[in-house]
Design a protein. Structure first.
Length: 193
């Protein structure tokens, strides 16, 4: 194959660990076609995280950007030990289609009416280290500023004021790729189209 070969880039994750596999295929949906094959050769349980259209060159660029995070235990150059924020940043830095496909303007910002959402409504993160990740909204409530990841605290303070108890509105969101609940400023969340 050549760098310009079109296909699908995909990310799998080891359940309960910050180890990710980044791959490329020209075949069917990696979540159903490739995952079972990779799982067969792996003693750890794996889950599908995301896929997007791209080229073999896109995969190679991403591997190069993440070289410092290669997992030596895997014996392959496609496995990386890192947090999801680093993965998302590398995808952004290499200009991958996963982020280009997102709308450039927010269709409806949750900050306009965060309480108008039903529990478990789908959302996506439109900025910061988790940009492009999808998940499910639970609720917006006052929480300490320190409950928000440090990378999002400045954004929170630009849009909201701390109350007398030092708390600020935060949205509770379950992010699928992280497989965990995080607290984010509602202004960085949007409804998917």
């Amino acid at each position: 194959m050549q760098r310009h070969t079109q296909g699908i880039l995909y990310v799998f994750k080891v359940v309960g660990d910050d180890v990710y596999k980044i791959g490329f295929t020209t075949k069917a949906d990696p979540s159903t076609g490739r995952l079972p094959n990779v799982q067969t050769g792996n003693h750890e349980d794996l889950v599908f995280v995301h896929m997007w259209p791209g080229t073999l060159g896109d995969e190679l660029d991403l591997h190069e950007a993440l070289r410092a995070f290669r997992s030596r235990a895997s014996g392959s150059g496609e496995w990386y030990r890192m947090n999801v924020g680093l993965l998302v940043q590398a995808i952004s830095d290499t200009g991958q289609a996963i982020l280009r496909d997102r709308p450039s303007e927010a269709p409806e910002s949750l900050s306009d009416d965060p309480d108008g959402l039903d529990e478990h409504a789908p959302v996506y993160v439109r900025s910061g280290p988790y940009k492009g990740l999808t998940g499910f909204y639970s609720l917006t409530e006052l929480r300490p500023l320190t409950s928000i990841p440090e990378a999002y605290q400045k954004v929170a303070l630009e849009h909201y004021s701390l109350d007398e108890d030092g708390e600020i509105p935060t949205a509770e969101v379950f992010l699928e790729a992280l497989d965990e609940t995080v607290y984010l400023p509602p202004t960085v969340l949007d409804h998917p189209r």
